[in-house]
Write a protein that binds this ligand. Structure first.
Ligand code: NAD
Length: 310
């Protein structure tokens, strides 16, 4: 593995992911990091005990590193990190360097950055590699990585070795931007399941059923899913779920709205009609601005849909 690792974006996901690399890579590996929030950088520099250096820009990170990983919120941030004149990653001499963007963004932005890398730095390689598993997966190094490349990609052994330090499952999804496609399809699905579980629980409870019994029925029947088993939207049913902790932690509903919207846009672009896409998006748009729900875990959609406490 390379000895100089660059990291851009040390937020809820980025910081614990980078901490796993720091813990697991050889002691002579150096880390070069940048975030627009200085406090996040300071935290990681402190962890590093001399192995982590704060950089002044994304370009500065790229200048000093052989491999650069980014984890920022949206497409606009990814553009800014890579394409900003003079201070972006592409302003550096990227000779043979490997760039991995783990942010969940639109495929168009990711392909535009990849094309810019291919044109301006033909020996460098850019990969989309979004993740699933949330902050807990990031901390416990159990993330799933969805890589935008073929299984036969020449860098696959290195990518696999590196990403395995942060996650248990690494899926090459076929080609550029298809990692993002996989991630958006996953969140479209899990977002709809959360709405479906919430509504089904509402039907059962309004009819007089104990939601614990209904959850057990789902668990052993055709409605079984990890949303009901581990992330149940009804408070008190899955002890470790955000719903049982006031919907704190987990995956913010604003992020679900973003990913769900990106999935709906993708469907339109590739000509796939959606029966539930527009309705699902409306529900998440409303939930993300509902004063009782915003900034909480996305399964708070249960509360927005009128769900009661168990
Ligand atoms: P976050 O807001 O906690 O962290 C993002 C970090 O990027 C922040 O520290 C921010 O200061 C930094 N940043 C923004 N613009 C920057 C720039 N131009 N240069 C340098 N740093 C910049 O977000 P997060 O929860 O860590 O999510 C990051 C990405 O991962 C998102 O695309 C999200 O959809 C995805 N994701 C999040 C989760 C989750 O559970 N939080 C799960 C899977 C995937």
């Amino acid at each position: 593995l390379p000895k100089n690792v660059g990291w851009i974006g040390l937020g809820i996901m980025g910081l614990p992911m980078a901490r796993n690399l720091l813990k697991k890579m050889d002691d002579d590996t150096q880390f070069y990091v940048f975030d627009v929030i200085q406090e996040s950088v300071d935290k990681f520099v402190q962890d590093g005990q001399g192995r982590v250096s704060a950089c002044s820009s994304s370009k500065d990170v790229a200048d000093k590193s052989d491999i650069i990983i980014s984890m920022v919120p949206e497409g606009s941030h990814v553009r800014s990190v890579y394409l900003t004149e003079n201070t972006g990653v592409l302003a550096s001499n990227l000779d043979t360097k490997i760039l991995i963007d783990c942010s969940t963004i639109d495929t168009g932005t990711s392909l535009a950055v990849r094309d810019a890398v291919a044109t301006q730095h033909p020996s460098a390689k850019f990969y989309d590699s979004p993740v699933s598993g949330g902050a807990i997966g990031a901390e416990k190094a159990t993330l799933t990585f969805m890589l935008g490349c073929a299984a036969s990609d020449a860098n696959m052994p290195l990518l696999h070795q590196l990403l395995s330090l942060m996650g248990g499952n690494i899926f090459p999804c076929g080609g550029p931007s298809l990692g993002l496609t996989a991630k958006l399809c996953n969140n479209y699905c899990s977002g709809l399941i959360a709405i479906a579980v919430s509504e089904a629980m509402n039907i059962g409870m309004a009819s007089g059923m104990d939601p614990r019994v209904l959850a057990n029925v789902f668990h052993t029947s055709t409605a079984q899913s990890s949303i009901c088993d581990d992330w149940c939207p009804v408070p008190g049913l899955s002890p470790d779920a955000p719903a049982s902790k006031g919907y704190k932690g987990g995956f913010r509903v604003q992020l679900m709205k973003k990913d769900f919207g990106l999935a709906v846009d993708t469907a339109e672009r590739v000509g796939v009609g959606l029966a539930l896409g527009k309705e699902g998006l409306r529900v998440y748009e409303e939930t993300s601005v509902d004063p009782e729900c915003k900034d909480l875990d996305s399964r708070v959609v249960y509360r927005h849909l009128g769900g009661r406490e168990a």
